[in-house]
Design a protein around this ligand. Structure first.
Ligand SMILES: *Cc1c(COP(=O)(O)O)cnc(C)c1O
Length: 377
């Protein structure tokens, strides 16, 4: 019989290694490619491009945040510019706007995907133009792995001629109308942080169908060295390239990506099956043609008070859960920037809870979570 450690912590989303990660890392040591250059990086980029399919090019970087920072620069964002950003997201979506001295304009979500509201996006752009400044870019996010309304957002972006920076940090393995998330923006970004669907411990990537963007991203990420026998620079560069060691982990993780997506989707289905008829617990369904990797399984409870009761009861059992993202327009660091708000993200934040969602959770783990929640009702 399998023994069960009853004191074990059940995490929200913890790393889940496969069989090959250490083989590729050892290969890097054996061949002495212990550097931010080497065969694991090339192979990892190829594997990502292959899984995204849509003829994309990939630059592996040190983090998703670095990818967003470079992405905004490649789209021409400069000091004083406006950048539209989904408000319901992690702060890393918006921080790079600040690095560049640009101004974020926060836009609230719609209820079908919890992502960028096309109506409010349209108002935010029209209003900015009326005030004399057309936004330079739109940061749209596939939050928790659920694709945003890609057709509607793209139509608005094209109408105004504004490029999209697609924050796909949480959506590797998700798709929309059979096409993979990460391929819909003028530039897309991925994250391989420790809590994401696959991880390199820390890491990210910039993705684009336009190879010029990828070449420029690699140039800027490796200290912007001009071609010369000495070190010659005509641009300010960054040290944002991924290490060949970490890319070895990434290569191994790409081999199990589809398994990890299936496992996370199964978590969601089990929670939904067991908790759907519990009064007041709601789940976010996939609209037709939307396919979510279900990075985190989220529930909406009837109220803030009940949400907190559940969270604290789970914590008592050593089970980690977390409120949904606090909207950026409510964050002290961002609260004084322009915003176009409809109340959706504030409601989600007050009632919503992310349940343990790792691809390494056992049926026993899931049962612990489910049973505890059921006793609350
Ligand atoms: C994780 C995350 C990022 C940042 O990625 P890092 O690799 O951690 O820098 C950006 N946006 C969203 C939505 C994220 O969840």
């Amino acid at each position: 019989m399998q023994s069960v450690d009853i004191n074990k912590k059940i995490w929200l989303s913890s790393p889940h290694m496969g069989d090959m990660e250490q083989v590729y890392v050892k290969e890097a040591f054996d061949t002495n490619w212990v550097a931010p250059i080497g065969p694991n990086i090339t192979a990892f980029e190829k594997a990502i491009a292959h899984s995204l399919e849509e003829n994309v090019h990939v630059a592996a970087l040190s983090s998703g945040t670095a990818a967003l920072h470079l992405g905004l620069q490649l789209l021409g964002v400069k000091r004083g510019d406006l950048v539209i950003c989904q408000s319901f997201t992690f702060s890393a979506s918006a921080n790079p706007i600040m690095y560049l001295g640009a101004t974020p304009v926060f836009v609230d979500s719609e209820k079908d995907t919890w992502n960028l509201s096309p109506d409010l996006l349209n108002s935010a752009i029209a209003d900015s133009i009326k005030n004399g400044k057309k936004p330079k870019a739109i940061i749209a996010v596939h939050l928790y792995g659920m694709p945003y309304k890609i057709k509607e957002v793209r139509a608005i972006a094209d109408k105004f001629g504004i490029p999209i920076l697609e924050d796909s940090a949480e959506a590797l393995g998700s798709s929309y109308m059979e096409k993979r998330c990460g391929t819909f923006g003028d530039i897309g970004i991925l994250s391989f942080n420790g809590n994401k669907i696959i991880t390199t411990s820390g890491g990210g990537a910039l993705v684009s169908k336009n190879p010029d963007y990828i070449n420029k991203a690699v140039f800027l990420a490796t200290q912007a060295r001009d071609e010369a026998p000495h070190y010659q620079h005509s641009h300010v560069g960054y040290n944002y390239r991924m290490s060949n060691i970490l890319a070895g982990i990434g290569r191994g993780q790409m081999l199990v990506l589809e398994d990890r997506v299936m496992a996370r989707r199964r978590n969601y289905e089990i929670y939904r099956k067991e908790l759907d008829d519990v009064t007041g617990i709601e789940f976010l369904s996939e609209p037709s043609g939307f396919y979510s990797n279900r990075w985190l399984s989220c529930v909406l409870t009837p109220s803030f008070t009940i949400r907190e009761k559940i969270r604290l009861a789970l914590l008592e059992e050593n089970i980690e859960s977390r409120p949904l993202w606090k909207p950026l327009h409510l964050q002290p660091v961002f609260e004084n920037f322009p915003k176009f708000i409809n109340g959706t993200s504030e409601d989600l934040f007050s009632r919503g809870l992310c349940l343990p969602s790792g691809s390494n959770l056992t049926q026993y783990d899931l049962n612990c979570v489910i049973e505890k929640i059921k006793t609350m009702f």
